[in-house]
Design a protein around this ligand. Structure first.
Ligand code: 13P
Length: 276
């Protein structure tokens, strides 16, 4: 079954471009992200952590969110997850892609579980993202400190046996702000790029704080999805503080417009630089 997200991402790869997957956590971000994508006619990925998605589904219902914010340019993705039943639930709910992150497990276990999800998701044309090598830091409750680098022999085996659609690799990248960038080893992506089939694509986690030259180099080796979470959270909080400092009376409509406008700038900046 054809997946529109795969077509969009492959199109970006052919042009040596990438899009971004933003870890959204509120309705202002959702509205800003979906509007920027639709108006700019540029593909964008809205992704949720497992923890936030459970919360969101409980409060609003994921069906409502997908129906309200989906367009030809907005795609929905489940970020790091090891709960196979929850991943299947997201596939059934109509997500465009889901991540099974078995990077903390031994390779055999990682492949076994990835295949379970791949087989399930494939039936409805949902893409699967997998990970090898650990991205350090915690993303909304998932993960731990301490990274590891993806190893080439494991990459070769994993991509061949799982036929994974989207491949995330530990290259010394981290969730959260970087203290230093000395650990980033872009040559892992370069070596691995020779091992992918034409329809297998790279994802880069830990996008916050990566300098432009690293991002551009990663894109040149086939990265088409770059994850951004911490920067978005920080800028959201900065907007809240700025609003609180500059306004004596609270007015939800004005506040809402202010948040959506401010957040739209952030999304546009990323897309203008690396996607358009
Ligand atoms: P940052 O928090 O570093 O932007 O990383 C986001 C991420 O990789 C989510 O999976």
């Amino acid at each position: 079954m054809k997946n529109k997200l795969k077509t969009a991402l492959s199109g970006l790869k052919a042009k040596n471009k990438s899009t971004f997957a933003f870890n959204l956590q509120n309705l202002y971000q959702l509205e800003a992200c979906a509007t920027v994508a639709k108006k700019g006619e540029v593909p964008i990925i809205i992704q949720f952590s497992e923890r936030f998605l459970r919360f969101l589904d409980d409060k609003y219902g994921i069906d409502y969110i997908l129906q309200k914010y989906r367009s030809d340019y907005t795609y929905f993705h489940l970020d790091h997850c090891i709960d196979l039943e929850f991943i299947k639930y997201c596939v059934d709910s109509g997500f465009d892609s889901v991540m099974y992150d078995g990077s903390a497990f031994a390779i055999d276990e990682n492949i076994k579980n990835t295949l379970i999800i791949k087989e399930y998701a494939e039936k409805v044309g949902c893409l699967v993202e997998g990970e090898l090598g650990k991205v350090s830091g915690v993303e909304d409750g998932f993960g731990e400190e301490g990274s590891s680098y993806a190893e080439i022999l494991e990459i070769i085996r994993y991509v061949k046996e799982t036929k994974i659609d989207l491949m995330a690799l530990g290259i010394g990248n981290a969730h959260g702000f970087y203290e230093n960038l000395d650990g980033i080893d872009i040559s892992i992506l370069k070596d691995a790029s020779n091992q992918l089939e034409a329809n297998q694509l790279f994802v880069l986690h830990g996008g916050t704080g990566l300098p432009e030259n690293v991002i551009r180099e990663a894109i040149s080796f086939g990265v088409v999805k770059i994850n951004i979470s911490t920067q978005l959270k920080k800028e959201t909080m900065d907007l809240v503080k700025e609003f609180a400092n500059n306004n004596k009376l609270y007015n939800e409509i004005y506040y809402h417009e202010n948040m959506v406008e401010g957040l739209s700038k952030l999304f546009k900046n990323y897309l203008h630089k690396y996607t358009l």
